[in-house]
Design a protein around this ligand. Structure first.
Ligand code: HEC
Ligand code: HEC
Length: 448
């Protein structure tokens, strides 16, 4: 009898809570909070969204005549992606603003403007946005609202896809005192960060430390809330912390999409062996018993562009650590280099390295193949995907001035590795491999 009860108990445990989890787990609450909630007041009027098209030299569909067509054009223009959830008709990354009484008015950007991407026509929450032109989006919404542009004190993005999220956070924090009250004169932060590629959120399940330099404990809920520093008070941050704890649980539940094309299994198996010998000590092992070593590699060993690692100033770190943000998990004051990231879903996150300076895995593993300047694809559709080199098909742009016929819109697709922080050097661990070994490793990487 007892056995039966135990067996029944196990059965009930197996059936019921897994269903209950589906409807009300922390991850599920986090998903709803991330996709259904607007956290910020409106920054622009609803009309700004509809008027932005009137600023495009190339012309825009008439939003009054065909709203869907206009929204599609807007989405493509600024490098956004359709929302894979109900979003009041807005592309992913924009949200209706929320007033103090909870009513929705106007529009705002949210985390997904950078952390929402698409590949092969499917949008994913948590896939870094490699098409985004954030500067054009913010400026043109502001101009469409007939307001003057605020002065810019740093390069937000010199082209599409990379974005200077670090400087946004640094500037927002510089106008807060230690108790997070607002101050008029910014504190000196000694910080000069470059633009970066946006990491996928599905890495968070594996990481013990986060961000490219691995100086923040990945259990820090508060660090993910920095983006709200534009308006929230300390009390509001405290009230929102449980919500962001759920959001962190949601990040940890995310899985990368599987590689959608054919894989040569025999070659991938040969690649696994090469990977184990040459790469696993930093990037770990994969599959059910996979172990991620969470290794932060010294700058002189990794050799990639040092600007991000050096750019985070000690005054900023100390100030952050003195506020509520750094109270539970302070940022490590010591800079080492860059964290070797997990490679799960690596096929979907080209271009590579923390600054997105290398368009394909083939070029990452053979540093002689890296273009100084390249043109990103016009979309993340599979017609632009390169299954041999793995990553984006790209046009190499010769050095020297661009042809005078190049419009600013076209120029926005050009990635220039000679700019500050965007260097494509370093990580030469694939150079010594033979062509066949490299091809085998690439085949193996498709399976992660
Ligand atoms: C302007 C673009 C942008 C916005 C908006 C943004 N992020 Fe990020 N996020 C980034 C970039 C770039 C990085 C990498 C930063 C670094 O390591 O220096 C990052 C890193 C992260 C990481 C660490 C990932 C890892 O693997 O280490 C988390 C978690 C995260 N962001 C959460 C959020 C949340 C939550 C929001 C909204 C409240 C948000 N981000 C808003 C661009 C953005
Ligand atoms: C000594 C440690 C180390 C070794 C060995 C190493 N890597 Fe890396 N790898 C890193 C670090 C650190 C980064 C991040 C560098 C950066 O972004 O600046 C990185 C980045 C990468 C990336 C880009 C990740 C992304 O999301 O953009 C890929 C892909 C990669 N490595 C694959 C490999 C392969 C394949 C090998 C073996 C041939 C290898 N690595 C060997 C440390 C290492």
């Amino acid at each position: 009898m007892r056995r039966w009860i135990v067996a029944l108990g196990l059965l009930v445990e197996f059936v019921v809570p897994s269903h209950a989890q589906e409807t009300d787990s922390a991850a599920d609450r986090g998903r709803r909070a991330m996709t259904e909630t607007g956290f910020l007041k409106p920054a622009w009027s609803d009309a700004a969204f509809l008027r932005a098209g009137s600023l495009w030299k190339e012309g825009a569909p008439d939003p009054e005549e065909d709203r869907a067509d206009y929204t599609r054009a807007f989405t493509h223009r600024y490098g956004l992606h359709p929302a894979p959830f109900e979003n009041d008709g807005l592309p992913m990354g924009l949200k209706r603003g929320v007033l103090a009484d909870g009513t929705k008015r106007g529009i705002q950007i949210d985390c997904l403007v950078c952390h929402g991407g698409s590949i092969g026509g499917t949008s994913y929450v948590g896939l870094g946005n490699t098409q985004l032109n954030l500067k054009a989006l913010l400026n043109e919404l502001t101009l469409a609202d007939r307001r003057a542009l605020p002065p810019s004190t740093f390069v937000l993005n010199s082209s599409r896809g990379t974005v200077n999220a670090g400087m946004v956070a640094a500037v927002l924090l510089s106008v807060r005192n230690t108790d997070l009250s607002f101050r008029y004169f910014p504190l000196p932060m000694g910080t000069n960060l470059p633009e970066m590629d946006v990491p996928p959120w599905w890495h968070m399940a594996r990481k013990a430390t986060m961000y490219y330099d691995g100086r923040t404990d990945a259990r820090s809920v508060r660090s993910s809330m920095q983006f709200l520093l534009g308006e929230k008070t300390l009390e509001q941050f405290k009230d929102l912390e449980p919500t962001f704890r759920d959001i962190l649980a949601y990040f940890k539940s995310l899985k990368p999409p599987p590689y959608p094309f054919a894989v040569d299994r025999a070659r991938a198996e040969r690649g696994r062996v090469v990977f184990k010998e040459n790469c696993a000590r930093c990037h770990g092992t994969y599959g059910p018993d996979g172990v991620y070593p969470n290794k932060i590699v010294e700058l002189d060993v990794i050799g990639t562009d040092p600007a991000r690692a050096h750019g985070l100033g000690l005054p900023l770190v100390k100030h952050y650590n003195a506020t509520w943000f750094g109270e539970d998990y302070p940022v490590n004051e010591k800079m080492t280099g860059y964290q070797a990231p997990p490679l799960d879903g690596i096929w979907a996150t080209a271009p590579y390295l923390h600054n997105g300076s290398v368009p394909t895995l083939a070029a990452l593993l053979d540093s002689s193949q890296r273009p100084t300047r390249f043109k990103r694809p016009p979309s993340t559709g599979f017609e632009h995907y390169d299954t041999v080199n793995v990553g984006w098909k790209h046009e190499v742009v010769p050095e020297g001035p661009l042809p005078s016929s190049t419009t600013p819109f076209e120029a926005s697709f050009i990635f220039d590795s000679s700019r500050f922080g965007l260097g494509n050097q370093g990580h030469t661990f694939g150079d010594a491999l033979s062509d066949e070994e490299r091809a085998a490793v690439i085949e193996y990487l498709k399976t992660l």
